[in-house]
Design a protein around this ligand. Structure first.
Ligand code: NAP
Length: 484
């Protein structure tokens, strides 16, 4: 099955921070792939903007190199790359100055969608919004794409919302969480709400527990000074893991519409119990075999910032009372693996006798690598020898199930950028959602700051701290293996 590509309306997309790491690795290669798939209409234009002085040819060289480095060789066609580069422009601009803004204004065309991607440090978001408004570049239909982190805590997120709201309304603001752009994450909604099979079981009566894991093998990767001020709770849990939790726990929205979906997610965040200190494990990777540990990586010999966190979370509502959600995320772990696993309860009675060890039905939604959905079920072991049971996966790997079209699943960023052009905010966080997430996260962090808590050390290449195992063992449960 080859995927259907629906072209979007003509647009002018300005990427502030168009020479930065995110633009180079994700945004520009993603736009090239959308162009290749015929999704960018001939009138679409992309304008890079940053302080570096560069002419348009210089910028095209920069983008050509980014495509060479970050687009799969099978999709690099020199002629198509040149055709894509013709749609690019560049304006040297300072978010905090006045130079370049008039030129940018002159470049914008009437009658096309205007989108402004803020791929710069969050401290510049307010300056950009102000100038876009002040120079008359953005109109009432223009869209802003805002990168993470959206604030550092509730107060800063509120301040940022207020700054943006001074010049733009909520319907114009697209707060990106690239986890929501992943194919499998959207598939989670399709699986839940387009089938009758799961929803009747999707509650505390039938779900024993839920595990959400986002494991990375990388360390702080040159982002040490940012990360040491942030830590896993702010950098991953407050946004990505909570968004995933919301999509699992939310009630069915009455339609697949931005506000209907986001209203339901917000209710989940508001239903989260405060986390008890004994339900949290914080870890920091140590130095092993000559490899630097976290503290060396961030250049802070007394850092108390966590590079790993595991939590037991309760959603206090009728649907979920009694089903714990276990969340964990960390750096320098055994494998790069992100997944959601929903473990169902035991059948009430076994007709097969005590010898036949029952194993759980588990629905595993794998986000990376190898996006796909797997359901573990019990079947009869094939062959003679009586009725012996075995637990096997019913597997739906997208690459295999969707054939040719499935092998090239669009990257989350390219999908989300196309949603911005379409004006669809469903997969973007609303301002009140972000604030509610911080309102839940802040007291957790405040508690361990007040207590002067130090993260426990764990060895790189493992599943994280031993204490995290205990978080589940004491409930008679086990974490799933972290496997690539
Ligand atoms: P980066 O590599 O440091 O790039 C920053 C960009 O902003 C550069 O193009 C820089 O170009 C430009 N810039 C800096 N000061 C400016 C100013 N005063 N006026 C105009 N442009 C200015 O940062 P990044 O990693 O791409 O990250 C960009 C944003 O995405 C950040 O908010 C980050 O938190 C977020 N993000 C990044 C990643 C990632 O993988 N990189 C992942 C998630 C979120 P000049 O120096 O030439 O001005």
């Amino acid at each position: 099955m080859v995927s259907r590509v629906i072209p979007v309306d003509p647009f002018d997309l300005v990427i502030f921070g168009g020479t930065g790491d995110l633009a180079r690795r994700k945004i520009l290669p993603g736009l090239y792939r959308r162009f290749l798939d015929g999704q960018m209409p001939p009138e679409a234009r992309v304008i890079g903007a940053a302080r570096s002085e560069m002419d348009e040819d210089g910028y095209r060289d920069f983008v050509r190199a980014a495509i060479e480095e970050f687009v799969d060789a099978r999709r690099r066609d020199p002629e198509r790359i040149e055709a894509f580069l013709e749609r690019l422009g560049y304006v040297a601009i300072d978010a905090r100055g006045t130079g370049g803004w008039q030129e940018l204004r002159d470049r914008m065309r009437a009658g096309v969608v205007r989108a402004f991607y803020f791929s710069v440090a969050p401290a510049l978001f307010g300056d950009l919004a102000e100038r876009l408004h002040g120079f008359g570049i953005a109109d009432g239909d223009s869209r802003l794409v805002v990168e993470k982190p959206f604030g550092h805590d509730l107060a800063s997120a509120r301040a940022l919302n207020t700054t943006l709201a001074a010049h733009f309304n909520e319907a114009q603001i697209y707060r990106i969480d690239h986890y929501l752009g992943k194919e499998t994450v959207q598939n989670l909604m399709a699986v839940r709400f387009a089938n009758i099979l799961f929803e009747p079981l999707w509650n505390a009566q039938y779900v024993d527990h839920v595990q959400i894991t986002v494991a990375e093998t990388v360390g702080v990767d040159g982002r040490g000074s940012y990360y040491d001020q942030s830590g896993a709770m702010r950098d991953m849990v407050q946004n990505h893991l909570m968004q995933l939790l919301c999509l699992i726990a939310m009630e069915p929205p009455n339609r697949f519409d931005p506000d209907a979906v986001r209203d339901e997610k917000l209710k989940v965040i508001r239903a989260l119990d405060p986390v008890a200190p004994e339900d949290i494990v914080r870890g920091q990777y140590g130095a092993v075999g000559g490899q630097p540990g976290y503290r060396e990586d961030v250049g802070n010999s007394d850092s108390r910032t966590e590079s790993y966190v595991a939590l037991r979370v309760h959603v206090s509502n009728w649907r979920w009372k009694g089903t714990p959600f276990y969340l964990r995320t960390g750096k320098r772990l055994r494998a790069r693996s992100s997944e959601i696993a929903i473990t169902f309860r035991e059948p009430p009675h076994s007709i097969f006798g005590e010898d036949e060890r029952w194993k759980e039905n588990v629905l595993v939604i794998r986000l990376q690598p190898n996006e796909g959905i797997k359901l573990r079920v019990m079947i009869k072991e094939p062959g003679p020898g009586g009725m012996r049971l075995v637990n096997v996966p019913l597997d739906m790997s997208f690459a295999e199930a969707l054939g040719e079209g499935g092998t090239d699943i669009p990257d989350a960023y390219e999908r989300l950028i196309m949603d911005v052009i379409r004006g669809n905010q469903t997969l973007f966080m609303r301002g009140d959602e972000v604030e509610a997430a911080w309102a839940w996260t802040d007291p957790v962090i405040a508690e361990w700051v007040d207590a002067g808590s130090r993260p426990v050390s764990y060895d790189p290449g493992t599943s994280g701290p031993e204490d995290a195992l205990m978080l589940m063992h004491r409930d008679g449960r086990r974490w799933r293996e972290i496997t690539p």
